[in-house]
Design a protein. Structure first.
Lengths: 327, 171
């Protein structure tokens, strides 16, 4: 075999050395999720980078079953006959793996305890006993608590659009992250799929009253009217009431996502419930990138469509992990 | 053929002692080392003369001895090499190709032999990190060396194995 054949078959040693240095760093026991993302971006640079990364990874994984024979001092193949209990081996994707498992565990728990749930990319209208209708966006969950005195819905996760049948004797309330949204004869949208635990309320008809948690009884919160919206932060701080087209805010019900002047991270959160796995924004600065777009939520290439109009690049790292980086 | 025999005789005269020491280090003892080196000569002698037009005979014969040591180790670990562990059964039940596990273990055998060529400190650091899952910082503290030295040892082990794994199947 000639040297030329080697060069063609393998990535260059310089590139391979870089890949090995990544492996050393990633398995130091102190690598962060950001390091893994960086490695993902590095390997996506070219086919040669990917080949070098794959070679380094397979070398690392092949070296798993080795032990030092105490009799000869020699390294041997196989597993040591459990002299000491083996410690948990540093697993490469610990950060991502644990996070994902956590997310799915939370989802599984949710669907056991909630009255109505939707899964990835599923939208469902739920008719209620009084003629009201709740439309659940993907990956959402509600609990329904109807009594002779009140109609209470808890939005436990995700986003829902409420069309409320009038009944002055039984107030209609939606509880979301401690906030109470009371219908004043109405159609409105409540979205908890927002970064940092924010909740958005948008009104399509009439008005609602929004009461953040921790208000004294004398404080009635604020009233949001038709074609207005408000965002309540996780700490209960109410943002300014802004003009927004109620139809646009609830366009997701027909599979269209309309976004005007919103940060990229919010858009990614909205698209995230339409696919399995994670979308990660690699660059902190990109999270606040201003986005105006009309997107088809059901299109499998919706991220690529988004990328065409923005200075971003999309990497499909695996079926479960998509990374967005600066173009 | 005469050329080849001359060549082997020359190798024997110049390098036999070093070769046996080298092979013994790879397989664990002097007897094993002798056997490996005999196998190396036998294999080379079986080749046609023009297949052994070699620029660097010393490099070549040591590489051949390394490969003979890998075969020797594979034989010694044949039971392990062909065994199906309980933990493999799930994968097999899911239709995974059983020969994949075998090839994987053949690569592990090769790596074990390659790692034996390295200095003991380098081996120890690599095993502590890769097999026992210790953090760099922890290994440094335990062995009384710097974290950057730990990284250098691991990198050296990986580069060494990478270079020699690339030569797979040359002999």
């Amino acid at each position: 075999m000639s040297l030329d054949a080697h060069d063609r078959k393998h990535p260059s040693k310089a590139l391979s050395d870089e890949a090995l240095a990544w492996i050393v760093r990633l398995y130091s026991g102190e690598a962060s999720k950001a390091d893994w993302m960086d490695f993902g971006v590095w390997r996506a640079r070219s086919a040669a980078h990917e080949a070098a990364a794959a070679e380094a990874e397979s070398l690392w994984s092949d070296a798993s079953e080795l032990y030092r024979d105490p009799a000869t001092g020699l390294i041997r193949p196989g597993r040591r006959k459990s002299v000491v209990s083996r410690r948990a081996v540093i697993t490469g994707l610990a950060g991502i793996g644990v996070g994902t498992a956590g997310l799915w565990a939370a989802g599984a728990f949710r669907s056991l305890s909630a009255d109505q749930t939707t899964s990835v990319a599923e939208i469902r209208a739920v008719p209620l006993a009084d003629g009201s209708v709740v439309t659940l966006n993907a990956m959402s969950a509600i609990d329904i608590d109807y009594s002779p005195a009140a109609r209470r819905i808890a939005l436990m996760e995700g986003q829902a659009f409420f069309e409320v049948a009038p009944d002055a004797s039984r107030p209609f309330e939606v509880k979301v992250r401690g906030n109470i949204v009371s219908a004043l004869g109405t159609a409105f949208d409540v979205n908890s799929n927002l970064p940092r635990g924010n909740v958005a309320v948008s009104v399509t008809e009439h008005a609602v009253r929004v009461r953040p948690p921790g208000l004294s009884l004398s404080n009635d919160g604020i009233v949001v009217s038709r074609d207005e919206g408000v965002v309540v932060a996780a700490d209960g701080a109410i943002g300014p009431v802004t003009r927004q087209d109620g139809a646009a805010a609830s366009a997701w019900r027909t599979g269209t996502y309309v976004v005007e002047g919103r940060p990229l991270e919010e858009v990614v959160a909205a698209l995230g419930v339409y696919r399995r796995g994670w979308i990660v924004i690699h660059d902190q600065g990109l999270k606040s990138l201003n986005v105006n777009a009309v997107l088809d939520l059901r299109a499998s290439d919706v991220l690529e469509t988004l990328a065409r109009g923005l200075p971003i690049r999309i990497f499909e790292m695996s079926p479960l992990l998509t990374v967005i980086s600066r173009a | 053929m005469r050329n080849l025999n001359h060549w082997l005789a020359d190798i024997y005269r110049r390098h036999h002692g070093d070769l046996v020491r080298f092979a013994a280090r790879l397989v664990g003892n002097r007897d094993g080392g002798e056997e490996v080196v005999q196998n190396t000569y036998l294999r080379l002698a079986g080749r046609s003369a023009d297949a052994v037009l070699i620029e660097h005979p010393k490099t070549y014969i040591f590489a051949a001895a390394r490969n003979a040591a890998i075969d020797f180790t594979a034989q010694q670990n044949a039971e392990w090499l062909y065994r199906v562990d309980f933990e493999d059964i799930d994968a097999l039940a899911q239709g995974e190709d059983p020969s994949r596990a075998f090839h994987h273990r053949q690569r592990i055998v090769r790596l074990a032999v390659l790692l034996n060529e390295l200095p003991t400190a380098c081996q120890t650091v690599f095993l502590l990190n890769k097999v026992e899952g210790r953090k760099h910082r922890e290994i440094a503290r335990r062995l009384g060396i710097s974290v950057s030295m730990v990284e250098k040892h691991i990198m050296r082990a990986l580069v060494h194995c990478r270079d020699l794994m690339r030569d797979d199947g040359e002999f």
